[in-house]
Ligand binder design. Structure first.
Ligand code: PRT
Ligand code: ZN
Length: 316
């Protein structure tokens, strides 16, 4: 936990206003654009200069802190920010590290509120492709390189596997080729990096996505109320991203089958079509993403003129 950065951060940002919620996001990295976009879709507008660490919220009492993702759990625990958008992998590693360092209370004050639907990845152990892996016991006596030493050590302890953990801050995947380690424990999303380095994924320790974490605000009602408004908007925005409005023509006899095929479909509006009693127009809201497979199934039971429209805003 890079708490050593805290005095610098404290000096760089305005005095903590008791009535303003402070959200930390990653300054520059994989989560930055999606986090900014999500907050903007929640209606938040920030006065943002390019290199600023701190951005003032123009239309709500919510300010932004732009920092390294690894610092976010520590800043939450220290009360430097109130809310953080950060990968579960980072939050779990910091919580685990503070547990090992004898400060479990830090981890307890920071709560995961909800996943945000982006930044999906998994923390996995990988070994050279030529290694004939059978089971976890094969890791016994190996040296594993990782940027997640606390999570890996906890996993090995739980499995009663004695392996040596070495910490690398980056380029973990080349460690086996350099002869520094037998295997690695690193983040994987598409698997392309593992394949390019001739590594096989043998076990997943953690599934991760970007998530909203908060510190305990039970004694700060105003801030918690602001967060509640933001969470309500977030719920709508995230539900809308998955929702689709579907319009199609179909045999009148197939309306029930159509709502069965469509994912999480609401009760449909069924309208007559000019010049026929055999076919009808069906309109419905689907609360989950509509895939090509769904459209193909609809076509197979006689649907035509199938339109899938994005939903911009929704208030349930
Ligand atoms: O500077 P700062 O410390 O803020 O950023 P960072 O360099 O530590 O993090 P960054 O921007 O690389 O990632 C931020 C977060 O994105 C991570 O903490 C995860 O929560 C999430 N995320 C999602 C990923 C990936 N997917 C991912 N694939 N973070 C890293 N990777 C790397 C992985 O380490 C490996 O090198 O991508 C490579 C594997 O990708 P595939 O697609 O080839 O499998
Ligand atoms: Zn980082």
């Amino acid at each position: 936990m890079a708490l050593s950065a805290a005095p610098g951060i404290k000096a760089a940002i305005p005095k903590m206003a008791k009535e303003r919620l402070r959200i930390a996001i990653q300054k520059s990295g994989r989560l930055t654009d999606k986090s900014l976009d999500l907050l903007s879709r929640c209606g938040l507008d920030f006065a943002r200069s390019k290199d600023a660490l701190f951005c003032f919220g123009r239309n709500m009492p919510v300010d932004l802190l732009l920092v390294r993702d690894d610092d976010i759990p520590g800043f939450l625990a220290e009360g430097i920010c109130d809310v953080g958008l950060v990968g579960d992998n980072v939050a779990a590693e910091k919580a685990c590290a503070s547990f090992f360092s004898g400060k479990p209370s830090q981890a307890k004050t920071v709560q995961r509120v909800r996943g945000l639907g982006y930044g999906a990845c998994r923390l996995s152990i990988a070994l050279p492709q030529e290694y004939a892996y059978h089971h976890l016991g094969d890791l016994q006596g190996m040296t594993l390189a990782t940027s997640y030493p606390a999570l890996l050590q906890k996993f090995l302890d739980e499995q009663k596997i004695e392996a040596r953990v070495i910490y690398l801050s980056g380029s973990v995947e080349i460690a086996p080729r350099l002869g520094t380690a037998d295997g690695i424990c690193d983040l994987v999303s598409s698997g392309a990096t593992l394949a390019a380095n001739r590594l096989q994924e043998v076990h997943t320790l953690l599934e991760s996505e970007a998530a909203l974490y908060q510190r305990d605000l039970s004694a700060e009602t105003k801030k918690q109320n602001i967060l509640n408004v933001l969470l309500q908007r977030l719920n709508s925005v995230l539900q809308v991203s998955a929702s689709k409005y579907v319009m199609l023509h179909a045999p009148a006899s197939q309306v029930a089958a159509i709502t069965q095929i469509l994912p999480a479909a609401e009760s449909p509006t069924v309208l007559p079509l000019e010049g026929t009693t055999q076919r009808v127009a069906v309109h419905t809201l689907c609360r989950e993403n509509v895939l090509w497979e769904h459209l193909e199934q609809l076509k197979a039971i006689g649907a035509s003129a199938i339109l899938v429209l994005p939903v911009e805003k929704m208030l349930a």
